[in-house]
Write a protein that binds this ligand. Structure first.
Ligand code: PMV
Length: 368
């Protein structure tokens, strides 16, 4: 069997219109469209190595490959996967393996039959941020693993690279597959802005936004008490769930038109409302739950006074306590010092918009 080791990297993404509520849990189909910005250095690296023996394994080791463009203060942590987390990941590896022959045939990529039938895979992953804390680690992890595993059965790098470079539909097919493992991961394959509705995700046309900088005010790195899978179910018990899909559709359209006219103020207001709406669903579910910490409330109070002003930052929260802030890249330095001054007790992570998942290394010696 030919040796092969693939290292793929996928960024996290931050939604301005949230995926919260599934219309079909078995396929991770969303109740409503969502829209996100793809990040850059807040990412997962997945290192997948073919081995002679059958059977796939996730190893609690950090990949030896480390991207060279990460900021120096960035963490590099192998996630501490629970046994159910491992099971979910390995089930997904199996799903990708099963889907590969049809995808390869559709795009004219040559399958390494021997490896596809007989090789096991060793997976090592690392995140540049703490898992489960409201920076979507499942999005970046499932996207990176999907890409690395899918490429692991190619006979040669050249045909894979040609299709990857020339046919964006390959990314979209892998995004659909990745969605089965973690819904929001489908938005991590492209960038900088991705719209997801039903089975498909794509880059919306006509966006006229400046390049964006992104910060996370790291309020807590503790794993969350309520998983996002549980949140997707529980929000439907909230009285505010009624007509949520209708409201969010209208908000998505308003957001898209603000993005097409480069109306950052409108964008900030819509993202703010959407954040509060998602967290209000959490707070009014039966049983109610919250991801907020005292630091989250402090940040929300601070930013609420910005929302009425001429140039507010875009502020949002995922299903976690940490606060995401997006500003025009030209104002990055100004905002970094402002945030450091205002939130002295918390670390500020700095990132920007990105272009999505990619293969970092294609190693036919199999040595990492
Ligand atoms: O992909 P999941 O099932 O982990 O859902 C995450 C959903 C949110 O991050 C809370 C919102 C979003 O659209 O990313």
């Amino acid at each position: 069997m030919r040796k092969l080791r693939i290292v793929a990297r996928a960024p996290s993404n931050i939604a301005l219109i949230k995926y919260m509520g599934k219309s079909d849990s078995s396929k991770n189909l969303p109740d409503n469209p969502s829209l996100s910005m793809t990040l850059n250095s807040l990412c997962t690296v997945a290192d997948v190595e073919r081995i002679e023996k059958s059977g796939d394994h996730w190893l609690p080791e950090t990949p030896r490959f480390r991207p060279t463009d990460l900021p120096s203060d960035r963490m590099w942590v192998s996630p501490d996967l629970s046994s159910s987390g491992r099971e979910k990941l390995l089930k997904h590896v199996e799903r990708v393996r099963e889907a590969v022959p049809a995808i390869y045939e559709k795009f004219g990529i040559v399958l390494d039959q021997e490896a596809w039938r007989g090789a096991g895979l060793h997976l090592r992953t690392a995140n540049t941020f703490p898992a489960s804390s409201g920076i979507a680690s499942s999005a970046s992890s499932f996207a990176a693993v999907t890409l690395a595993v899918a490429a692991s059965f190619a006979l040669d790098e050249v045909s894979w690279n040609r299709v990857w470079g020339e046919q964006p539909e390959l990314k979209r097919a892998l995004a659909q597959l990745s969605r089965r493992g973690s819904g929001s991961s489908c938005r991590s394959f492209e960038g900088p802005w991705v719209y997801w509705e039903g089975e498909s995700s794509w880059i919306p046309s006509g966006i006229q936004l400046p390049e964006m900088a992104h910060f996370v005010i790291l309020i807590s790195t503790q794993p969350k008490q309520v998983s996002s899978s549980e949140a997707h179910l529980r929000i439907k018990t909230s009285p505010l769930w009624e007509r949520r899909v209708e409201r969010v559709r209208m908000r998505s359209n308003q957001l898209l038109s603000a993005m097409r006219t480069s109306d950052l103020r409108k964008l900030a207001q819509l993202a703010w409302t959407e954040t509060w709406e998602m967290h209000s669903l959490f707070h009014t579910a039966s049983e109610p739950f919250t991801y907020w910490e005292p630091g989250t409330v402090e940040a929300l109070q601070y930013f609420s006074s910005w929302m009425g002003q001429a140039s507010p930052p875009i502020v949002t929260l995922d299903a976690g306590p940490n606060v995401h802030v997006m500003v025009d890249r030209n104002d990055q330095k100004l905002w970094l010092s402002r945030l450091k001054e205002q939130f002295r007790d918390f670390q500020i992570l700095e990132d920007g918009q990105g272009l999505g998942a990619k293969i970092e290394e294609w190693n036919t010696n199999g040595v990492g």
